[in-house]
Design a protein around this ligand. Sequence first.
Ligand SMILES: Cc1cc2nc3c(=O)[nH]c(=O)nc-3n(C[C@H](O)[C@H](O)[C@H](O)COP(=O)(O)OP(=O)(O)OC[C@H]3O[C@@H](n4cnc5c(N)ncnc54)[C@H](O)[C@@H]3O)c2cc1C
Length: 400
Amino acid sequence: MDLHSGAPFWLVRNGLGESHPVLARDEQCDIAIIGAGVTGALVADALTALGQDVVVIDRRDAGLGSTCASTALLQYEIDVELSPLITRVGAPAAVRAYQLGIEAIDEVERLVEAMGEGCGFARRESTYLASTRSDGKRLKSETALRQQHGFDVEFWDRDRVRDTYGFPAHGAIRSRQGAEVDALQFTTRLLEHSLARGARLYSRTTVVDYASHPDGVTLHTSRGHRVTAGRVVFAPGYESPPGVAEDLLALTSSFALVTEPVETFGPWTDRCLVWESARPYAYMRSTPDGRILIGGVDLPFRDATLRDVVLPMQTRKLEKRLHQLLPTVAAPVAFSWAGTFGQTADGLPYIGANPAFPHGLFALGYGGNGITFSVIAARIIRDLVSGTPNADAEIFRFNR
Ligand SMILES: Cc1cc2nc3c(=O)[nH]c(=O)nc-3n(C[C@H](O)[C@H](O)[C@H](O)COP(=O)(O)OP(=O)(O)OC[C@H]3O[C@@H](n4cnc5c(N)ncnc54)[C@H](O)[C@@H]3O)c2cc1C
């Protein structure tokens, strides 16, 4: 699958990292991980911390799947608001899924600090704008519901939003817990730490077949060599094995741009995360080097050729949206890109065992919260491997 087009900012900023070898011999390990994006990196970190012998395999270079195209806002609020999520999955699961998002942001901060690396991590409050008058009413009730369940949120009316930022909106939910990160750097550093603990990482090697046997699995690769493991963790992003995610996902194309560094952010002084209730939504954050990043305006197809054709048009739409939000800020576009994007019907990830894949565990975190979902997945998979009970696993299981 062609996962991105254009110039993903984080790839330009970080460049190609360390080059890892291809798989040039047969390997044996406790756990093989397919995918060296942010999900595979988090899972590798969690499992090597347990003392597991881990091999990570990626068909690309590490981080060069969806991860380098991510705009990497970290929010506990998922694309499906709490009220409809409660209707879909029940209050305990919905509220817990939101709480887990908060814990995931804390975990990213802890990991970044423990590694002694910045990875562009910064705490930010989050402002969810009501795009229409009726959305304003709905977000007011949504705020009350979240407060009732203990979330630290406030409803801001349209005057408060305008007086604070000048954003045209019909009110907003203001959340305290949010953050931003450089997902590619975070992935690279996590993988380095796992390698230091004895993990092996093979890139430019595709897993082409999987066979299970009573003691584990054998993975056959495009290089002609095999990996024999007790278990395999599938962290392949949007490129799941056939029969796993096709029915669970609606794939789209999502677009983003980054401006040149700006002299001032105008009234957006706290550089909070901004997103909106319109669907498809646009969202905005800033970068550690003082640029504005705005993304969204998704289109309902994933054809890479067509995506390349429409990239300039979608970039202009994002530029226009940026001007509507911050009319006094001069911010010429520096980079723009597009990526394959997808979401599950209930907005939640799929994590854990799948009966069709004996000895396999899945970590499929999709949507606008893919990164926090990956953190949750790493934690659940760590517990499944160590045999520690984890009640949260039930929320994200297949066939839910
Ligand atoms: C434009 C855009 C904006 C986004 N914005 C946000 C955001 O603001 N916040 C957020 O939390 N999330 C966001 N996301 C989502 C988030 O980036 C993804 O959920 C996350 O990066 C997925 O990471 P991953 O490791 O699961 O997948 P990937 O990064 O795609 O990694 C999977 C890896 O598996 C490898 N692979 C697949 N199949 C095989 C195989 N058979 N053999 C070997 N290797 C294989 C691939 O090469 C790939 O490198 C965004 C995504 C996009 C595209």
